[in-house]
Design a protein around this ligand. Structure first.
Ligand code: AMP
Length: 113
């Protein structure tokens, strides 16, 4: 996994990114290397390295992240055709960036997993 957490810099706007939504708890921005017509990342604003760090105190962030993703899917008009939400964790899950994130992908017929 990368040592520098690029997502923290995106959240704090230290580096430029295509942010499409931000509130007190979450930020959503376009993936820099989109693999699908719609490819958005939704992240918590506070540093949570991976889903392994979810606990009793911070578990509500998952609702914020997934609710934001669903609202973005609706705003982008892919809610009826459908979409997929993906959360990668650690090496076997192919998590590259050590900051919890959910991928919202869609805009075309996705392959079966
Ligand atoms: P993951 O493999 O789940 O950790 O996914 C990390 C994702 O972050 C990949 O799809 C990358 O294309 C994306 N990514 C890496 N750097 C940036 C960046 N600066 N802005 C937007 N997306 C990025």
């Amino acid at each position: 996994m990368e040592k520098n957490n690029i997502f923290e810099k995106i959240i704090s706007r230290q580096i430029k990114s295509d942010i499409i939504f931000q509130d007190k708890r979450v930020t959503a921005f376009k993936d820099i290397r989109p693999k699908y017509p719609v490819h958005i990342l939704i992240v918590p604003n506070t540093k949570i390295v991976s889903s392994n760090e979810i606990n009793e105190n911070n578990k509500y962030i998952l609702t914020d992240i997934f609710f934001t993703a669903i609202n973005i899917a609706k705003k982008m008009g892919i809610h009826n055709s459908g979409y997929r939400l993906i959360l990668n964790c650690n090496n076997h899950g192919r998590q590259e960036i050590p900051h919890l994130h959910v991928h919202l992908i869609g805009g075309e017929l996705l392959k079966n997993i």
